[in-house]
Design a protein around this ligand. Structure first.
Ligand code: UDP
Length: 238
């Protein structure tokens, strides 16, 4: 059925940079609001939404360890950065009237909820957008692995990776004008061709749990809503 919503429960993964706008660092409030509106449009369709937001707009563990900081310490700083982004997204969604919960893998009770799987599921059933923060709670992982893990735990039907480009290309479309977009591709091909979609452990987790991955342009207005109805261009990994 064209136009009908094809999903009941989804995971939306965005990088921290998606909230940065044209700034070189941090949060750009109009951009956060624009992304929140895209999410609200999908929420209004009745879709249950999980979210994982990266932290790269504020801090990346690898950056810190390159500057001589111990890797684990730097990674914890990166996880804290994701909590800041999650709180910003929560504020933006709630100002649009969408109820949310920020759920952290690292307990910080005054700030947000700790992660308790069954409680998170209940929030989703009550149509609250669940923003999973602090990644997996472990150093040496990324928010991509967190998205793959939580999507499986929450029994999401697919992970939607909101990017600046409308899918996975065989080479960088910003550099190569002849780059070709894949309509669909297997996890193994993504790994073998070393395509930059998610890090390898996240891809492997998706593959092992048969979690489809949809890469689409969140930068396209109405893009997320369109993808929910099977419109627009995207790449599906399965
Ligand atoms: N991080 C971590 N464990 C996790 C998730 C994240 O240690 O489970 C740290 C890691 O240092 C990472 C940073 O948090 O560099 C920010 O996350 P990520 O790089 O995935 O953000 P994105 O690139 O998506 O903005």
């Amino acid at each position: 059925l064209d136009g009908a919503v094809k999903y009941n429960r989804v995971m939306l993964k965005i990088s921290g940079e998606a909230l940065m706008g044209d700034l070189g660092y941090g949060l750009h409030p109009p951009t956060v609001e624009r992304v929140a509106r895209e999410i609200k449009a999908v929420h209004d369709l009745g879709v249950e939404i999980c979210m994982v937001i990266g932290g790269g707009n504020i801090f990346r563990g690898l950056q810190g360890s390159a500057q001589g900081m111990e890797r684990t310490t730097a990674d914890y700083m990166g996880m804290l950065a994701t909590v800041m982004n999650a709180l910003a997204m929560q504020a933006a969604l709630e100002s649009l009237g969408v109820f949310t919960r920020v759920i952290s893998a690292i307990p910080m009770d005054q700030v947000c909820e700790p992660y308790i799987r069954r409680r998170a599921v209940r929030h989703l059933e009550k149509k609250r957008v669940c923003i999973f923060a602090a990644g997996t709670g472990n150093p040496y992982f990324t928010t991509d692995t967190a998205a793959a893990l939580r999507a499986s735990e929450m029994a999401c039907e697919a992970i939607f990776m909101g990017k600046n480009v409308d899918g996975i290309y065989d080479s960088d479309p910003k550099i190569n004008p002849d780059a070709k977009r894949y309509d669909d591709i297997s996890y193994d091909d993504v790994l073998q061709r070393n395509l930059k979609v998610m890090d390898a452990s996240a891809i492997a987790l998706c593959r092992d749990n048969r979690m489809p991955l949809v890469v689409f342009a969140l930068s396209e207005p109405g893009g997320f809503q369109g993808i929910m109805a099977g419109r627009g261009t995207y790449t599906i990994v399965h």
